[in-house]
Write a protein that binds this ligand. Structure first.
Ligand SMILES: NC(=O)c1ccc[n+]([C@@H]2O[C@H](COP(=O)([O-])OP(=O)(O)OC[C@H]3O[C@@H](n4cnc5c(N)ncnc54)[C@H](O)[C@@H]3O)[C@@H](O)[C@H]2O)c1
Length: 442
């Protein structure tokens, strides 16, 4: 027994025979005569027990399992969720964000979808998604099969705008103020949250600028953290009361920094600055749209924007209020044209900023005439004193969007207005009917 122990230990040969157990332990042979004698005692023991062989086999088995389990392409960390056309390949899932696709400088390994879970489409966050523009964007995104999360504090937005998606597993709505941080896992962020009409953004100017600055910072921070692509909906208001006509994206604007509209104008300008700083400083994939006046169904009634004002007034048989002499011009794009432009911008390769608007220019008086023709030819026009800082002219130069996004508006004012009138008629007379019923019931 003693000799067997001695032999397996490699410290003495079996020929040592009956030299005595005590001797074998107390006086081993000189180190030079033993194989691997130069190794430390513990290593010699492990070698003699064939443990490296077992460890090697174990490592090989583990490596084989790892290789079989890893998703194809994940090893390189460059699996791209976008095809060359910019559309998602369907490889993204709720569990695998692949920011490397958006940020080539950063390498992420896409995760594997656990067995039994289906791969899902692109996950898109729309802040302000319960508002006028946001809700139309959500309709398009859901229709193309994306999973959409709306974050909205419902300041100017309405649940009714997105209620038709309730119950759809690809739709979620979170009542949340973007001024507070939030953590979500998405692939794209359309950042629209901000009151857009003068009545609403002047209601609490400090909150408006906070939404534009802190809210945008929060969403940019989120985009950076999760590697999502970020699109900012800026505005033609960044041009202020422009001295250049029509406005090109390279024009820096003529903005009053201390006026009553500054919370919005300067807020959006700062939001653009932050967006570009995140792009340059954090390698974030960003897009900037400068939206010009947009109209369509689901606009807030009585929000002070000229088209909704005129339509609501004409339907209620009230005079159409024109501020100033009515010769100031605006361009009006139908909401579906804008949504198409926003999606092309998000999916395309260009950062922007891009003017998204209809270059067809109307004076307020011409617009009033179209509304009269569409709703009530006898509608009266009433002139009021102009509001402070109201720009005199606004018309987008959309050459850049045409060339780089292949986009231009398609719907003429005379075609789009009746669609909006139908929606307003339903909401105004529906509301009045229910109000009348409620009053009668008291
Ligand atoms: N409609 C236009 O003509 C126009 C023109 C230029 C720019 N834009 C921009 O497009 C975006 C959408 O405009 P819209 O016309 O749909 O306006 P909207 O007021 O209908 O929608 C804005 C949405 O943002 C939400 N919101 C506001 N503050 C928020 C906050 N702090 N946290 C979370 N949600 C908040 C509102 O509840 C609302 O649902 C805005 O960023 C606006 O500046 C619109």
């Amino acid at each position: 027994m003693a000799s067997e122990l001695t032999y397996r230990g490699g410290a003495a040969s079996p020929s040592a025979g009956a030299a005595g157990a005590a001797g074998e332990y107390s006086s081993p042979k000189p180190a030079s005569s033993k194989p691997l004698a130069w190794l430390p005692r513990a290593a010699r023991y492990a070698a003699a027990e064939h443990r490296p062989l077992f460890a090697l086999v174990g490592m090989l088995v583990a490596a084989a399992i790892f290789c079989l389990a890893a998703p194809s392409g994940s090893g390189s960390g460059t699996a791209a969720p976008y095809s060359s056309s910019g559309r998602v390949s369907g490889a993204l899932t709720r569990f695998s964000v692949d920011p490397a696709a958006h940020n080539p400088g950063r390498q992420f390994v896409a995760g594997k979808v656990p067995l039994g879970l289906k791969r899902k489409g692109l996950r898109v966050l729309v802040t302000g998604g319960a508002g006028f523009v946001g809700s139309h964007l959500v309709d398009r995104l859901v229709a193309r099969g994306d999973s959409v999360i709306v974050v909205d504090n419902l300041f100017t937005g309405r649940k009714e705008n997105v209620m038709h998606h309730f119950g759809n597993p690809n739709f979620e709505m979170i009542r949340h103020d973007v001024v507070e941080p939030i953590l979500l896992e998405v692939d794209q962020i359309y950042h629209l949250a901000c009151p857009a009409s003068p009545v609403h953004y002047k209601y609490n100017p400090v909150k408006t600028i906070k939404t534009n600055v802190v809210g945008t910072l929060n969403m940019l921070g989120l985009a950076k953290r999760i590697g999502a692509r970020f699109l900012l909906t800026s505005t033609s208001e960044v041009y202020g009361d422009p001295l250049q006509h029509p406005q090109v994206e390279t024009y820096w604007g003529n903005v009053n920094p201390i006026g009553v509209r500054s919370c919005y104008d300067e807020g959006k300008r700062t939001a653009e600055t932050l967006t570009m700083d995140y792009h340059r400083g954090a390698n974030l994939e960003v897009r900037i749209a400068r939206i010009f006046n947009t109209y369509g169904p689901r606009m807030c009634i009585d929000d002070g924007r000229v088209v909704s004002n005129f339509v609501a007034q004409a339907l209620r048989k009230e005079p159409l209020t024109v501020y100033g002499d009515g010769k100031q011009t605006r361009s009006f794009q139908y909401v579906s044209d804008l949504v198409e432009g926003l999606m092309r911008l998000m999916e395309g390769d260009h950062i922007g900023p891009f003017n998204l608007g209809n270059p067809g220019e109307f004076t307020m008086l011409e617009l009033a005439k179209v509304v009269q023709d569409t709703i009530d030819p006898n509608a009266r026009i009433e002139f009021r004193e102009n509001t402070q800082d109201d720009p005199h002219k606004r018309k987008p130069d959309i050459t850049k969007a045409k060339e780089q996004l292949g986009w231009e508006p398609k719907i003429a004012l005379r075609d789009g207005l009746p669609l909006m009138v139908t929606d307003f008629r339903k909401r105004i007379f529906g509301d009045q009917d229910s109000a009348a019923t409620a009053t009668e019931g008291q």
